[in-house]
Design a protein around this ligand. Structure first.
Ligand code: PMP
Length: 454
């Protein structure tokens, strides 16, 4: 794709930044320590700043621009909808909402045929948990330590990563357990088969000690994303499904990050032939052009609320602009074989290139992933798996990762970096040429990480 960047205008960039620093309160940040980069525009897999620097976006922003920036069909659909009807309360039937729900239900696995729309992923998780509690009449919800489920009250408490710590008591009834992760096996397993068996036994033990009659739901990311793109071993998700069935526990799969093409299939669950009772989605459903998320609901759980009301709702549930952008996104993905592109680029270009990079860079401990959903686990010591930076590092402790990220940016690559990992998560539309350009920059930048190995 030929990308036309706007003319450099450093003075305009400085004004944008000054206004940002005066009035914008940023997520997850110490407000006095941040230096946000003013962005002038974006198209396809690229964005550019006011100084004339262009960046290939290997982060897809927050792993959501699955069809890249400014896809003309989606932009046109939003403009057209804005001209017709900008907003309508959720209680009415409206063409774009009905069509978005139909297109999503057609693609979700099994009988997940009813769609409750939200404004994003965390609200989807909140509502899925609420539905599970109302459906079962039970209260506890189990989630894994290595997980991210959002930043609202219940969602942040379900989240396993350290961002939960500040709000640990936000939602009662959350119990954490360990999911499978062979590279840092909580079960000291030596192979995937052992990891799977031991992880399932650990889950059964957790349920036994918590009391199965008190557990409403188990929520898992199909492939945990933010926590490290840890593809579960064969049999694990089927095993969890079987345990949920045995104890009457609702199985929730969180596909907010892994869904809508990211793994090279419409949903990550498609790779594992597993159907949950509830499935959350957001991000890729419309590439984040307008905030949108939702819950896909099984026939059995939907039936719970056939004669009794579901006591939940949002002013903007199924917002027409968001739904119009979802319809256009899903149709464009199908027409332009974008999901297939993600699978092919992953299999032919990214996977093999990352394996090759891992062989040449001592800082790369492991490569994991599929589609356009890959992680490099960076380590100080390949033998011991000691991470390149300590868990939850900040400031000077985090210098090796900060140096690596800076080396990427100097080479025109915008990386996704979290703790001791970098994730290779470009848009699903990424071309072979773009993927190779980004991988070459990554290869060079990893030398900065290698300098910290022992
Ligand atoms: N679940 C998962 C798996 C996610 O990756 C995220 C966002 N990174 C969320 C939920 C929360 O989504 P949002 O930020 O749209 O609330």
């Amino acid at each position: 794709m030929t990308v036309t960047t706007t003319q450099p205008d450093p003075a305009a960039g400085a004004a944008v930044k000054a206004a940002d620093r005066a009035h914008v309160f940023h997520s997850w940040s110490a407000q006095g320590l941040i230096d946000p980069l003013p962005i002038a525009g974006a198209e396809g897999s690229y964005m550019w700043d006011y100084e004339g620097n262009r960046y290939l976006d290997f982060s897809s922003q927050l792993v959501n621009t699955n069809i890249g920036h400014q896809h003309p069909k989606v932009v046109a659909a939003i403009q057209e909808q804005a001209g017709k009807l900008c907003t309508l309360a959720p209680g009415f039937a409206v063409d774009v909402r009905s069509e978005a729900a139909r297109l999503i239900a057609e693609r979700t696995p099994g009988d997940l045929d009813k769609i409750f729309f939200t404004n994003g992923g965390a609200e989807a998780v909140e509502n899925a948990v609420r539905m599970a509690r109302l459906h079962t009449g039970r209260s506890k919800v189990l989630s894994t330590y290595r997980s991210y489920h959002g930043a609202t009250a219940a969602a942040i408490n379900l989240t396993g990563d350290p961002r939960r710590w500040a709000s640990d008591t936000a939602s009662a009834g959350v119990v954490h357990f360990w999911g499978p992760f062979l590279y840092r096996s909580p079960f000291h397993a030596e192979n995937e088969h052992q990891e799977c068996e031991r992880a399932l036994r650990h889950l059964e033990d957790t349920i036994a000690f918590e009391g199965p009659q008190s557990i409403a739901a188990i929520i898992l990311e199909t492939i945990p994303g933010t926590a490290g793109i840890m593809v579960p071993p064969p049999g694990y998700l089927a095993g969890v499904r079987e345990i949920c069935d045995r104890y009457g526990i609702v199985f929730i799969l969180d596909e907010v990050m892994a869904g809508f093409g990211r793994t090279g299939r419409w949903f990550a669950a498609d790779h594992f032939d597993v159907t949950p009772d509830l499935m959350t989605f957001a991000k890729g459903v419309n590439s984040g052009y307008v905030p949108l998320g939702g819950v896909a609901i099984s026939a059995e759980i939907a039936a719970t609320f056939d004669k009794r009301p579901y006591p939940g709702g949002l002013t903007y549930s199924g917002h027409p602009l968001a739904c119009a952008s979802a319809v256009a996104t899903i149709n464009a993905m199908a027409e332009e074989r974008i999901v297939e592109n993600a699978a092919e680029i992953g299999e032919k270009i990214i996977g093999p290139a990352l394996q090759d990079i891992a062989e040449r860079h001592p800082s790369v401990g492991e490569v994991r992933g599929m589609g356009v959903f890959w992680a490099l686990e960076l380590v100080r010591n390949r033998e011991t798996h000691e991470p390149l930076v300590p868990y939850n590092a900040s400031g000077a402790d985090n210098a090796p990762m900060a140096e690596f990220a800076a080396a990427c940016k100097e080479r025109g690559l915008w990386p996704f970096v979290n703790m001791n990992r970098t994730h290779v998560v470009p848009p699903c539309t990424v071309t072979e040429t773009e993927a190779k350009e980004g991988l070459a920059a990554l290869d060079e930048a990893l030398t900065a990480a290698d300098a910290h190995t022992v």
